[in-house]
Design a protein around this ligand. Structure first.
Ligand code: PEP
Ligand code: MG
Length: 753
């Protein structure tokens, strides 16, 4: 403890000195020189140096006390080079009693660092990235004490903020220093919701910037921290008990709990607070260190745990700052950036300002993409490494046509993009003009265009698209975006609202299609090896009828004597449909016994999603009032390719003889029995696919709102007879895909695609 300087006085007085030195102004270099001098004196160190990261990734010596001044701005260490490179790689301090003995030590003669043995270097962390390294050195060989390391970390945190805030150097000098990634980058992901957007990145889980980094009263901060940790633990316990329904999977909550009680994490927080940081700054610092450390991890499991720790740190910060998640003020043209979003998260943001969404993870079927599609917000997901590559406030393009995110795009790229967006807007305006034009083919076939929906927010689209009704209302969406099981009243209210908004246009309510991958956080679900083939949809409804009964009751009550169309998902056998239909009839009778009106007319239908039904339509159709083909599932089962798995979901083409022959067979069977049939899978909303569907005889298509304009334009340009002849010929092809042939045919027939 002989030459302990800093810890005795504490970093606060040192930082005050640094601030005072800075207040004098003067050239940036002189101020940095002063800073290293003060730190060296305070730590009784013979050397103190600051290295900052250049855009190339090199670490450049920016100021030193003790090494040769000629080395400043000359000594540069490539990424990974020397002890400084090692600190960047590790993302944590390196404390060595004899630095030259370390295998990574890189001797640079210009620095004259030969006589120094003791070495302590800490990363300057900002937003989890190492933007520089602060080093102290002494001649005598010794290990620095733990609190010296702590203190230097506190100083480095404050220095990182000062560098970034331009307090230590002017904007000119800062230009080439990489505080955050600043080059243009293009990340490839997956399209979750179509569209284009350009705006400013807003991080959903932005580090809540600690306004005050340094505390005046460490004991009081420690008490605040402990109180907040207690609240955090209580919140997690509550979530685990299921009283407060969070949308977070049970295993993750258990991991939260483990971390919240983890001694290492708590000790790191305590130490940071004792070193003079505010509780918020302490959380930030510990989080930054974890991030930097785990950033190297290739292992998916470890990276997952880091995410959990980050979420936990966010929660703790919010508790400390008395904030609630979401609901933040957004800049105009905000592009929300998140790892993933939970149920309803997106709905908390101001929709007039939110223009796009980028997700590091997620899937097309995830809550966030469902809501994004409903709101018409372009969304690209599965952008690996997104959060490490983007900072709050970065300009960013969401290109959900190609499935890309363009971070910090160059001016010419932005210009080209704006031209594309303008063209798109122009096309939309043209589609809007077609809104009230009936969808008639050139040879006079009347096609009914319907819309898929699932949330109250979708309903505006009905007017906008001019759809003739809702061909598929996915009732499970309400369950997926709710924090708890929607009760009878909430369900009835939503269904009534939908019927109201439809204003007499038919609405087909599909009963709950839950289970499989659509697991609700508040419902106990058993793990299944093959969820898509598992206990889901109508199977669940029939085995555990309470939920389905409640839903049917809500639908009947919402209809209040008007027309009611109910459709059952994933029916695989005729018996299942019979049983489901019987339940509807029982519920109608139940309502009538209570003097309530029966829906009039009542129509009950089945989705054709299981291939088994395709071969039993003669038995099924007489029992149904209508059917709708769910091509998303039908194709997944026909081709044995999980629709949610990008590795296999694109291996087959719905524009192929087997797929189209099956669809044609369904259409023919329905025509023979006079059963109303529609297609409500995603294909119905794509012009080329819709061309093929109309050609093989389908006259009712239900699609996502964005498909309505392009599909109507296609229909208006279509000669159905000619298309039908052409496509039927192509169906005989031995090829696995006839996409190109169908497109050539459509072009030959001058169809607007
Ligand atoms: C389908 O499977 O095609 C369908 C429309 O239902 P969902 O996408 O909701 O499974
Ligand atoms: Mg389906």
């Amino acid at each position: 403890m002989a030459d302990r300087g800093l810890a005795l006085r504490g970093p606060r007085s040192l930082l005050r000195q640094i601030r005072e030195a800075m207040a004098g102004g003067g050239p940036a270099q002189a101020r940095l020189d002063m800073v290293v001098r003060i730190i060296a004196a305070s730590m009784v160190a013979e050397v103190c140096s600051i290295y900052l990261r250049r855009a190339s990734g090199d670490m450049e010596l920016f100021a030193t006390e003790g090494l040769k001044p000629e080395a400043v701005h000359v000594t540069r260490l490539r990424p990974g080079e020397g002890l400084v490179g090692e600190i960047v790689r590790l993302g944590r301090p390196l404390n060595l009693s004899d630095a030259p003995q370390h295998p990574r030590f890189a001797y640079r003669p210009e620095t004259g660092e030969d006589p120094y043995h003791a070495f302590l270097g800490v990363p300057l962390l900002r937003g989890g990235r190492t933007v520089g390294v602060l080093v102290v050195q002494n001649r005598t060989s010794r290990h620095y004490e733990e609190d010296e390391v702590e203190d230097l970390q506190t100083i480095s945190m404050v220095l990182a903020e000062m560098v970034a805030g331009g307090e230590l150097m002017g904007q000119e000098e800062l230009k080439d220093i990489e505080l955050a990634p600043h080059r243009p980058e293009r990340l490839k992901g997956a399209r979750f919701a179509d569209g284009l957007a350009f705006g400013t990145a807003v991080l959903h889980d932005a580090p809540v910037a600690p306004e005050r980094l340094l505390s005046e009263n460490p004991a009081a901060e420690e008490a605040r921290l402990h109180a907040a940790v207690e609240v955090l633990r209580a919140q997690i316990d509550e979530m685990l008990e299921g009283h407060h329904l969070s949308g977070i999977p049970y295993e993750v909550l258990e991991t939260y709990k483990m971390f919240a009680h983890d001694r290492g994490w708590n000790r790191a927080l305590d130490e940071a607070v004792r070193s003079g940081l505010t509780a918020e700054a302490a959380v930030e610092r510990v989080r930054g260190e974890q991030r930097a450390r785990f950033a190297q991890a290739r292992d998916g499991y470890i990276r997952e745990r880091l995410h959990d720790l980050e979420d936990l740190a966010d929660r703790l910060l919010r508790i400390l700052m008395g904030e609630t998640p979401g609901g933040r003020a957004l800049p105009e043209n905000a592009i929300l950036v998140a790892r993933n979003l939970g149920p309803a998260d997106l709905l908390e943001y101001d929709r007039t300002r939110l223009k796009g969404l980028l997700l590091e993870e997620g899937s097309t079927a995830s809550h966030a993409s469902i809501v994004a599609r409903a709101l018409g917000i372009p969304c690209v997901g599965r952008l690996e490494g997104l959060r490490d590559r983007i900072s709050e406030g970065d300009p960013v393009i969401v290109d959900a046509e190609t499935g890309e995110a363009l971070l910090r795009p160059r001016a010419d790229v932005v210009e080209a993009f704006k031209a594309r967006a303008a063209l798109r807007a122009q096309r939309r305006a043209e589609f809007a003009k077609l809104r009230d034009t009936p969808a008639l083919t050139r040879d006079g076939a009347r096609i009914t265009l319907l819309m898929n929906a699932g949330l109250a927010v979708d309903l505006d689209n009905l007017e906008e698209t001019g759809a003739e009704g809702i061909g598929l209302f996915r009732t499970e969406f309400q369950f997926m975006v709710s924090e708890e099981l929607p009760r009878l009243k909430a369900q009835t209210e939503l269904y009534a609202k939908v019927l109201e908004a439809a204003g007499g246009r038919p609405v087909t309510f599909r009963t709950l299609d839950l289970g499989g991958d659509k697991v609700l956080p508040y419902m106990q679900a058993e793990r299944e090896d093959n969820p898509a083939l598992g206990w889901r949809a109508v199977r669940m409804g029939l085995d555990r009828p309470a939920l389905l009964r409640m839903q049917l009751r809500a639908l009947i009550s919402a209809a209040g004597g008007r027309e009611l169309r109910i459709m059952f998902p994933l029916v695989a056998t005729v018996d299942e449909f019979r049983a489901a239909r019987a339940m509807v009839e029982q519920e109608v009778a139940w309502a009538q016994r209570r003097g309530r009106p029966a829906p009039d007319p009542l129509r009950v239908g089945a989705m054709i999603e299981a291939p088994s039904l395709v071969w039993h339509l003669d038995a099924l159709l007489p029992l149904t009032d209508f059917v709708s083909v769910g091509t998303n599932d039908l194709m997944q089962y026909m081709f044995a390719a999980d629709r949610g798995n990008p590795r296999v979901s694109d291996r087959y083409d719905p524009l192929s003889p087997p797929a189209l022959r099956a669809l044609a067979a369904i259409q023919a069977a329905c025509a023979e029995t006079g059963t109303s049939v529609s297609v409500c899978g995603e294909v119905a909303g794509r012009p080329l696919e819709a061309f093929a569907l109309v050609a093989i005889g389908f006259e009712r298509l239900s699609m996502p709102p964005a498909g309505a304009g392009p599909v109507k334009r296609m229909i208006l340009s279509l000669d159905r007879e000619a298309a039908s002849r052409g496509v039927h010929t192509l169906l005989r092809s031995p090829a696995s895909s006839i996409r190109n042939e169908i497109e050539t045919l459509a072009r030959k027939l001058n169809v607007a695609l």
